[in-house]
Design a protein around this ligand. Structure first.
Ligand SMILES: [Ca+2]
Ligand SMILES: [Ca+2]
Ligand SMILES: [Ca+2]
Ligand SMILES: [Ca+2]
Length: 294
């Protein structure tokens, strides 16, 4: 709605819908009053004055956190903040896993504004995309999505905003929702998320792998003193290398002032895809923000 309003504002301001030429930026040209021509530096059809990214072609004008810096040029597209970036690596201080060490980069921000290309690697593709969320309505079985462009990101910080709508009453299904990191195949990946534990929930950080007795999930947990279904929660998962060359997965969840965290260290290289997973829990994901680190 905001993007439409801005676009309309651009139209009303008389902005040109053509790629600007030198004469456009040079002031009065061709006998046209310069004041009637609104400059559009990136030529995306939105005048600079209204453009949330004046130097990036973004005709859709997406601005998830509504801070007037568009998703494609915002150093933290999911959080309203000052735009400060002391190490100048393009990742804002408040969302940079290493705010004073350069070398991190925003791999992508997905706001689920419209259907996107994520592949269902576990369970059927019964997800819905659009209206600002990726949603899995099923409270039965496991479902897992992986972003289709298959980036091998190595160490990452993944942040997602999600809401568990409902969980199954069945205890035969391990009810959980969260982020997948380091996905290699349906039997090898790391998981960070919220899981049901009686009337309350817990944060799980761990690794799924294929072993002698089939699939196993080795994990550590932290308490989350509230029920699993509830309001929107922010989930952060970060993989980083330890001094001995192992990988540590740090997970934290915050919802309405309630927090929980867990971490898990494994003798494995950080590699693979980023995805979303639900098991016995109907869940909506509002966004996914991914920073890749060396
Ligand atoms: Ca633009
Ligand atoms: Ca923004
Ligand atoms: Ca930074
Ligand atoms: Ca940094």
């Amino acid at each position: 709605m905001r993007a439409r309003t801005l676009l309309l504002a651009g139209v009303l301001a008389g902005c040109s819908f053509e790629v600007p030429t030198e004469s456009d930026s040079g002031g009065a040209g061709g006998g046209v009053d310069a004041g009637t021509i609104a400059k559009d530096t990136d030529g995306d059809g939105v005048s600079d004055l209204a453009d949330v990214c004046p130097h990036v072609v973004d005709p859709e004008q997406r601005d998830h956190d509504t801070d007037r810096r568009g998703d494609l040029c915002d150093v933290c597209p999911h959080r309203m903040e000052s735009g400060a970036d002391v190490d100048l690596d393009g990742v804002g201080d408040v969302c940079d896993p290493r705010p004073t060490i350069a070398g991190d980069r925003i791999a992508y921000f997905e706001g689920f504004y419209k259907p996107v290309s994520w592949a269902a690697v576990i369970g059927g593709n019964t997800w819905t995309f659009g209206n600002g969320a990726a949603s899995q309505p099923s409270t039965d079985n496991a479902f897992q999505l992986i972003r289709d462009d298959n980036p091998n990101l190595g160490h990452v910080l993944v942040e997602a905003r999600f809401r568990v709508e409902q969980i199954t009453g069945s205890t035969s299904s391990r009810r959980s929702s969260g982020i997948v990191l380091g996905y290699r195949d349906p039997d090898t990946y790391w998981f960070c998320g919220l899981a049901a534990a009686g009337q309350q929930a817990e944060v799980n950080a761990g690794k799924v792998s294929w072993g002698l007795f089939g699939n196993s999930f080795d994990f550590n947990l932290g308490a989350f003193p509230a029920a699993m279904p509830g309001d929107w929660a922010v989930l952060r998962a970060r993989s980083s290398e330890t001094s001995s060359g192992d990988t540590t997965l740090d997970c934290s969840i915050e919802r309405m002032g309630i927090t929980g965290s867990a971490s898990f260290t494994m003798d494995a290289e950080a590699a693979g895809d980023v995805g979303l997973r639900t098991n016995g829990a109907a869940t909506s994901f509002d966004y996914v923000f991914v920073v890749a680190s060396p």
